[in-house]
Design a protein around this ligand. Structure first.
Ligand code: ZN
Length: 232
C-alpha cells in the first residue's frame, strides 16, 4: 500500500515530465525546420582557423573535436613531424582539413641564409606530399618572422605566406576563455593563430564553434590567391 502510494505520484510525475518533453521536442522540431533552412544561407562570412606545429600525438583529439563541432581548419605542419607521422597527415586530410607548410624544423628563418631557408621549405613540401597531404600552397613562417629572402623562396615554391589577423595566444598559456574570446574577435575573411598542442585550445573548440555560429560565421579555407578565409 505504501508502495502503491509512492508509485502513483511517481507515475503522474513521469507522465507530466513526458508531456513536457514531448512539448519541448515538438517545439524544437517546429523551430528547427526554418532555422536549418536559413542556416546554410546564414553563413554571412568565413574565418580561417589555423593550427600550427603538428602533426603530433595531440592531433587525433583535435581532429575529433573539430569534426564533432562541424569545423574545418588549416593545419600548418612541420615537415619533420609529417615525415615521422605520415598517418596523422592522412588523418588531417581525411577529416576535411587543409594542410600548409610551417617549415621543417621550426627555425628562426630570418637568421638563415637562402639555401637553408630553401631546404626548410622544400623538404616540408616533399614530406607533406609523401604523407598524402598534397603539395601545400600556403606557408606560415615560424614565429611569423619573414623577410625578402624568405618571401623569395616562398615564391619559388608557389607558396602564399599566411600570417594572422588574431593571435589566440594559446602558445603563451592563454586560458580557454581567452582563446574563445580571441576567436570572437574574428571578422569575415580573417585568420586566427592557434596550435596543435595546447590542452586549452582543444577545450575551446566547442565554444569557438558556438561563437561562430551565433555570429553567422563559418569555418572556411584560406585562399592562396588572397590569403583570406573564403567558402570551402
Ligand atoms: Zn609554430
Amino acid at each position: 500500500m505504501s508502495t502503491g502510494a509512492r508509485t502513483r505520484p511517481l507515475t503522474t510525475a513521469l507522465t507530466a515530465l513526458t508531456a513536457v518533453a514531448l512539448t519541448a521536442a515538438g517545439t524544437l522540431t517546429v523551430g528547427a525546420a526554418p532555422a536549418q533552412a536559413t542556416g546554410a544561407a546564414a553563413c554571412s562570412g568565413y574565418v580561417g582557423l589555423t593550427f600550427d606545429d603538428g602533426p603530433s600525438s595531440s592531433t587525433p583529439a583535435l581532429l575529433g573535436a573539430l569534426t564533432r563541432n562541424g569545423l574545418r581548419a588549416t593545419m600548418f605542419n612541420q615537415g619533420n613531424y609529417a615525415a615521422a607521422n605520415p598517418s596523422r597527415v592522412q588523418a588531417q586530410v581525411g577529416a576535411g582539413m587543409w594542410v600548409g607548410n610551417h617549415s621543417y624544423t621550426h627555425p628562426h628563418l630570418t637568421q638563415l641564409g637562402q639555401a637553408q631557408i630553401d631546404s626548410e621549405i622544400s623538404r616540408t613540401q616533399q614530406a607533406i606530399a609523401a604523407a598524402g597531404g598534397g603539395t601545400p600552397k600556403l606557408f606560415r613562417p615560424p614565429y611569423g618572422e619573414t623577410n625578402a629572402t624568405v618571401r623569395a623562396v616562398e615564391a619559388k615554391y608557389g607558396l602564399t605566406e599566411i600570417l594572422w589577423n588574431v593571435d589566440s595566444q594559446d602558445w603563451n598559456n592563454a586560458s580557454t576563455d581567452a582563446i574563445v574570446q580571441a576567436a570572437g574577435r574574428l571578422g569575415n575573411g580573417q585568420v586566427i593563430l592557434m596550435h596543435d598542442w595546447p590542452a586549452n585550445t582543444l577545450a575551446a573548440i566547442p565554444r569557438i564553434a558556438q561563437n561562430l555560429t551565433a555570429r553567422g560565421l563559418c569555418a572556411g579555407r584560406i585562399s592562396p590567391q588572397t590569403g583570406q578565409a573564403v567558402a570551402p
